[in-house]
Design a protein around this ligand. Structure first.
Ligand code: SF4
Length: 373
């Protein structure tokens, strides 16, 4: 099987830009909209400036596809930040090791206390998040924590430093079923500039983490690019290619795409390529048209108004009531957050809102039953 890394070499940025520019006409957008399964050149047309004038028909088609594949169900999850220790210096992140922020690593008991608050609120899906510091939070930490949390949650996801296949296998054995790992940008030169030192400099090791996790038995794979670092059309195109490649090569797994939009954090750079709301909507519905079977995830980085507008169009999964500081739930810690949450509604308030919009909130995922070992 060709690795995605090799496939990426066939798609250098100049080729992607040529395709985006070459597809920038009304006819290309209409052809893409009429295609039952859009190909790469159709996807480029849907991301192009010409498609920005055709958002309404794109949105209608995206909504219809989402209802056809996912019904009216919306799933909720909460992130649990267990540590903000980090050995990397990502230029866009307030947790980077050069930044003077209050560092905290929760003990297992503290993390369980935080998770219990979330379980009591009704969450059944939890995402364990940490900065990249294997000494502060080794794999053993996550296996022990996962074992402690298994009875409280139907699904335990991780968003931590990339691992070798054996590490992912240990986490799967402990009960982890889901991985979120953003490539940040698929442009290798920009990636090098954004990650001046630390293990995260290794573009390929990060890129292939998702494949190693899939081989280790992780059932749900989440990818994305950090929106605001590069031209959103170019990185959005690569994310779509990556997701489709994963869906075709790891067809037993479920694949989802997230849309983390870079917000300014203290000690981090101003987004060099800001993405406005209209572009954000275009990106999300273009991904839906290109990836009808992928989950699309929207976090509380986005404000309530935009989230409410996007729910009927393409979203399948949402976070709610999020705190992005270790100890933010039970311990009410008020340290520097990784990013400022824009939508502060609780899980109960989100349930009520999505019901008003005609959707069914679910906290239990029955798919987990089919993926259990
Ligand atoms: S993005 Fe992640 S790896 Fe980079 S500095 Fe922030 S916490 Fe560390």
């Amino acid at each position: 099987m060709t690795e995605f890394f090799d496939m990426l070499r066939e798609w250098p940025p100049e080729r992607v830009r040529d395709l985006l520019e070459g597809s920038d006409c009304e006819q290309a957008v209409e052809r893409a909209l009429a295609r039952p399964v859009p190909e790469a050149h159709d996807f480029a047309a849907l991301l192009s400036p010409a498609a920005a004038l055709r958002l309404e028909p794109m949105a209608r088609r995206a909504a219809a596809l989402t209802r056809q594949r996912f019904g009216h169900v919306l799933q909720f999850y909460a992130p649990l930040y267990v540590s903000n220790h980090c050995v990397n210096s990502c230029r866009y992140c307030g947790f980077n090791r050069r930044n003077r922020v209050q560092r905290r690593c929760l003990t297992i008991d503290e993390a369980v206390a935080e998770a219990t608050v979330l379980a009591e609120q009704g969450f059944r899906h939890i995402l364990l998040v940490s900065g990249e510091d294997r000494k502060a939070v080794p794999v053993d930490y996550f296996t022990e924590l996962t074992v402690r949390l298994r009875q409280l949650f139907a699904s335990i996801a991780i968003e931590i430093y990339p691992l070798a296949e054996a590490g992912y296998r240990r986490l799967v054995e402990a009960g982890v079923d889901s991985l979120t790992l953003y490539q940040e940008t698929y442009l290798p030169d920009l990636y090098s500039r954004m990650h001046p030192d630390g293990p995260k400099r290794d573009f390929r090791f990060r890129l292939e983490s998702v494949e190693r996790a899939a081989r280790a038995g992780v059932a749900f794979l989440g990818i994305g690019a950090l929106l605001g670092l590069a031209d959103w059309r170019v990185d959005g195109f690569y994310v779509g290619l990556h997701a489709r490649w994963l869906l075709r090569n790891y067809w037993r797994q479920q694949v989802s795409v997230s849309f983390p939009r870079l917000r300014q954090a203290s000690g981090a750079l101003i987004p060099p390529c800001p993405v406005d709301d209209r572009a954000f909507v275009q990106l999300m519905i273009a991904q839906r048209l290109f990836l009808p079977d992928a989950g699309l995830v929207l976090s509380t980085r986005e404000d309530a108004e935009l989230r409410d507008r996007l729910i009927p169009l393409a979203v399948t999964r949402l976070s709610a009531g999020s705190k992005t500081t270790p100890g933010g739930y039970a311990n009410k810690a008020d340290g520097e957050p990784q990013f400022e949450v824009q939508d502060h509604r609780s899980l109960a308030a989100m349930h009520e809102r999505v019901r008003q919009l005609g959707f069914d909130p679910v906290d239990k995922d029955w798919d987990c039953a089919y993926h259990s070992p």
